[in-house]
Ligand binder design. Structure first.
Ligand SMILES: [Zn+2]
Length: 157
């Protein structure tokens, strides 16, 4: 049963810290992440992305069993469908890309999130990561915008 809405969906995530465990359904996860009110238990496991020793264990049946060991911020990005491209690449080396949370409905082939729970937060995080592909993407967007402006100018005449 979800600790937040108290509903039995049968597809809850179990988030295990060093002392506490949180059970939460996918609907509540999305709502809590969007409102920035999700606080996970404190963990002392090693993150499979950053190797930080503050990670929690995330398990669930979605419908296949999943298991991830991630820090709070990494967990929020995974559960909010807004992993950063480098994080996506690291996880898909050891997890199947057909796992629900890494599915190609949620990420493009370069690991960019297609449906982040919070677009603004995702854009901010992307802008603050050093990433070669990202730089290229920004340049592409810049030239795309310039082209658009030129078209607008032509249309106005
Ligand atoms: Zn719930």
């Amino acid at each position: 049963m979800c600790d937040f809405c108290k509903e039995k969906t049968g597809v809850d995530y179990i988030i295990k810290g060093s002392k506490e465990t949180l059970q939460i359904c996918p609907n509540c996860i999305v709502k809590e992440i969007y409102n920035d009110t999700l606080h996970l238990p404190k963990g002392n496991f090693e993150s499979e992305i950053s190797k930080a020793k503050t990670a929690v264990k995330i398990t669930g049946e979605l419908p296949d069993d999943i298991e991830y060991t991630l820090t709070e911020n990494e967990a929020i990005r995974l559960l909010g469908y807004m992993l950063l491209p480098e994080e996506y690449k690291i996880l898909t080396k050891t997890h199947s890309p057909s796992e629900f949370l890494l599915h190609d409905d949620f990420y493009d082939e370069d690991g960019y999130a297609l449906q982040p729970v919070d677009d603004e937060r995702y854009e901010y995080m992307l802008a603050n990561t050093k990433d070669k592909i990202l730089d290229e993407r920004i340049r592409e967007n810049a030239s795309f915008k310039e082209t658009n402006n030129i078209i607008n100018l032509i249309d106005e005449r």
